[in-house]
Each structure stands twice: as structure tokens, then as C-alpha cells.
Write a protein that binds this ligand. Sequence first.
Ligand code: SF4
Length: 398
Amino acid sequence: MDTEGSQISRHGGVAPPAPSVRRLHFDVGARPFLVLVELTRACDLACRHCRAESVRDRDPAELTTAELTALLDDLASLGAPRPRVVFTGGDPFHRPDLEELVRHGSSAGLSVAVSPAGTPRATAERFGALRRAGAVAASLSIDGAGPSTHDAFRRVDGSFDWTVQACRAAVAAGLRLQVNTTVSRETVADLPGIARLVADLAVVMWSVFFVVPVGRAEQLQPLGADETEDVLHFLHELAPRVPLKTTEAPAYRRVMLEGEAGGHSAWRPGPLFDELHARLRAIWPEALDPEAPGRRVHDGRRRAPLSVGDGRGVVFVSHVGDVQPSGFLPLVAGNVRERPLTSLYRDSPLLRSLRDPARLGGRCGRCDYADSCGGSRSQAYGRSGDPLGEDASCAYVP
Ligand code: SF4
């Protein structure tokens, strides 16, 4: 979800001097910034990239309402600045207690967002109820510029139209909208069209997620490191037009820092960058000119990414209470049924190791940008089995 907020300061701590990576005011070793809570794995879709390997029916072993309210109380007990909470799935709209949970978290002072699936369950009435319960934001996934790509990816005809309607309903209900897009070989060519669509939808954030080979996504084709680099540079060009961030590709921070420092010395545009550029120029030429009049969804400045990552400010709780560094890194630090999340987050050896740049291996371990980037620990684990290894999705050679 949107990670902008008052808990953030703009100052870099790495060479070169960098105003373009934001850091938190508080110690991410002591409290998380963002907690993703998987309420259920039940979902009416069967998406090709689904981390949760969603199923039709709810699991009887899901965390109960009482267990989830206890989890929210535990997080609220940290006091300000309290973590942000995202209810995710599966599809959280399968939980009849969703509004009750949102109300409980909001009343306790937590900022609560919901990440539903784009299905007929995502109605204007349901978004209105979420807003009245205190939710501040919603995120929905769009993986194609139109029905042909998106519906094939989601494997349900009609899901593109449902999702776009749901986006409009969420905004109309007063929720801040984030759109999530999965990048793989199957979807990458649609990025220019999706960029134009999210601008039309008035998103507060476009989260571009680089597929991690876990769950059903093992069947997808992740981009190679050089292709990923081309996409990161393409996004960097788009950033003055669309508020965006990357997920599981923190090397975007390095691309921004290099840009701030005066250029990208080692990178030369590859065929994928040229293709994306040409497609964007054909459908939305002013997007590549920050000074051009026309559609602009924010103030024209590139939005600085936040220096947090898997287990380092971000933590995931599965539908049965397992605590993981991320939903894409299936190593378990403990279970909230046995120990409070705040305690597990602080003390788990697994999470502590992921917060220590000195423990990183390979290129990430000797990289100038390890402190601000550190590589995606999920990509490292998904591609090598070592969560502290190098992020092989990054092309940078320190
Ligand atoms: S080598 Fe690792 S730490 Fe350095 S930019 Fe790439 S992913 Fe980030």
C-alpha cells in the first residue's frame, strides 16, 4: 500500500549524497512500518502469479476474529507511530468480519487499508462500508492494459472490467487507491498502457511488482536482470508523471540515486527499454516530457522510494498466523497464536538477520547501495534458496 506518511524523513545515508531515498524516523528493528495480514486464501479468481495459491473456500484454520483483534491490539500497543496494516488475501471480501476488523484497527489508531480481488464482490456498497468503518485506502491489481492481457493472466473472463469498476468505486467511496501490477515476460509489454490507465484512475500509488518465483508464480517467467534494469529505467522516466514505486525490486532506489548523482554510467538502453519507450510514445507522448501540458497525476517530482524491505520494516502474517518476512519469502519466524507479533518482529533471529546489511552475501554484500537497497530478500530466496544471498534480479555489478 501507499507508504507515504509523516513517519518519513528525506535524507540519505549512503554515497552518493541522496535526497531520493526516504528513511523512517524510527528504528525498524524495534517496530514494523507495514504489516500485511492475509485474512484468508479464499478467492474467486485463480491468478497465474498468486502467492497465496488461492482456493475457493475458506480454511477452517484461519485466524479467528478474536485472534485478529488481539493482533491489532498488539500492534496498537506500540503507540505512535503505529504500523500501517493492510488486510490482504486471497480476497478479504470473503471474510464477513472484514468491516468489524477494519473498525477495530481504526479505532485503535491504526491506519488500515484493504487489498481485495477485482470480482463482483468488490461493489460500491462494500467499499462504502469499508470507508465508514475507517479504512483509508484500497489496492487492486491490474496486470494488463485491457481485457485480453489482464483476463488471461487472472484466468477469469470479465475480471479486467470488474477491477476497473472496483477502482472507480473505491475512489468514489473516498478511499485512496493503489494499483498493483505484476511484471513478468507475459505482462511487461503492457506497462505503457497500464501507466496511462492508472493515471486516468487517479491512483495515489502505482506499485510495480516484479514477480518472485513462489506459489503459482513459479509457472511465470521472471525478467532477466538486464530486462529488469531496462524496466527500472523506464519507470524512472515515467515517475514525474505517475506516482509509482517498485515491489520486490529495491534496485529502483539505486537507479534513482544514480540519477540524482548525475547519470547511469554503466547502463545503456536495451531492446526492452526501447520497446517500452516506443509504445509509450505512441499512446501517451506527453508522459515522457515532464513539462508538457496534459494529464499529470501528481506534482511532477519523482517520488522518493522508502528504504524498507522484507523483514526490515515490512512483515507478513499468513491466514493461519505464521509470521514471514514477506508473502513471497516463505520462511517462518514464528506464529502469532504462540507469541505476539511485536515480540516476534523484534527478536526473531530470521528477521534480525534480514535487517543487518553486514549479513548480505554476493554482490549485495559488497554493494555501495546495500544500506539503501539491500536487494530483495524474496528474490534472493526464490532464485537461490538463500534469503541473505545476492538479488540475482539486479544487474548492478558493484
Ligand atoms: S547489488 Fe544488491 S544491494 Fe546493490 S543495487 Fe543490486 S540489489 Fe541493490
